[in-house]
Design a protein around this ligand. Structure first.
Ligand SMILES: [Zn+2]
Length: 264
């Protein structure tokens, strides 16, 4: 009889059967999936967990009768020529699949590149501003902010644009912020409120203490802590006040004022 091989190319030396079409086959055992060998003994259980069987029933496996084999299946055997043909066909199929996958991958990459190019063109101004805020080490808020936008090339919302514009402006102003006048001077200054918050009252009935961080018209930081309220964030007020101190906060020059009087 002609030499026969399994599909993987191993020479078959066992008993050869034939299927209805007269082709050579072998019978292969199907391992039982209801039981398992545990510590040298076949036990009917659902599986093992941390190396121990669970749902151990103590009964013989009703699927395989503790043989470990629940059945057999037919597997085709091949002559050398048939095997070569089957392998060649499989290679052709694999090559075709790889080629179509490559084409699909390249199309997807090209589509993404085009979407990215369009996104970068449309948002060039925004992205350039955002880039000036990033440290590049990926750890800071603005780095994460920028990276998140690039995940799906989603156009920034109005709020995100405002956030970036605001931060760019703030940093530019911080870089040039200078102290106003001299300590003790009485000045009249128009300020825009940048941040405002109240301090908790120490005793009942105490007037609210406001901490207000503002900028004058040149972008210099002016701060005030006290009971006079300048307005909400973004509001502008003109005040007459005395310069209490010249300070630096995070390297930014700020002028502390006291006893402000609102001028309308
Ligand atoms: Zn079994």
């Amino acid at each position: 009889m002609e030499q026969l091989f399994t599909r993987t190319g191993t020479e078959f030396k066992g008993t050869v059967d034939f299927n209805d079409a007269g082709k050579p086959i072998r019978f292969v055992d199907i391992t039982c999936d209801r039981c398992t060998v545990f510590q040298g003994q076949r036990v009917w259980c659902r599986g093992t967990e941390n190396g121990r069987p669970f749902s151990f029933t103590g009964f013989d496996c009703w699927t395989c009768g503790n043989t470990g084999v629940r059945g057999t299946r037919k597997e085709r055997l091949f002559t050398a020529a048939e095997l070569a043909r089957a392998n060649k066909a499989a290679d052709t199929r694999a090559a075709k699949k790889a080629e179509s996958e490559r084409i699909a991958r390249e199309a997807a990459e090209a589509a993404r590149a085009s979407i990215e190019a369009n996104y970068r063109a449309v948002n060039a101004d925004f992205l350039a501003k955002l880039a000036t805020l990033c440290t590049g080490d990926g750890s800071q808020f603005w780095d994460r902010f920028a990276a998140d936008l690039l995940v799906a090339f989603k156009n920034p919302s109005e709020r995100q644009v405002a956030l970036v514009e605001g931060e760019v402006l703030k940093r530019r102003q911080n870089a040039t912020s200078a102290h106003i006048g001299a300590v003790g001077d009485k000045i009249t200054v128009t300020v825009t409120v940048e941040r405002v918050f109240s301090l908790p009252s120490v005793f009942y009935g105490q007037a609210t203490t406001w901490v207000q961080i503002c900028r004058d018209e040149q972008g210099n930081v002016v701060t005030y802590k006290g009971s006079v309220y300048f307005g909400n964030k973004g509001d502008t007020a003109t005040v007459k006040a005395t310069i209490k101190a010249h300070e630096f906060y995070n390297g930014v020059a700020q002028t502390v004022i006291q006893r402000p009087k609102l001028i309308d």
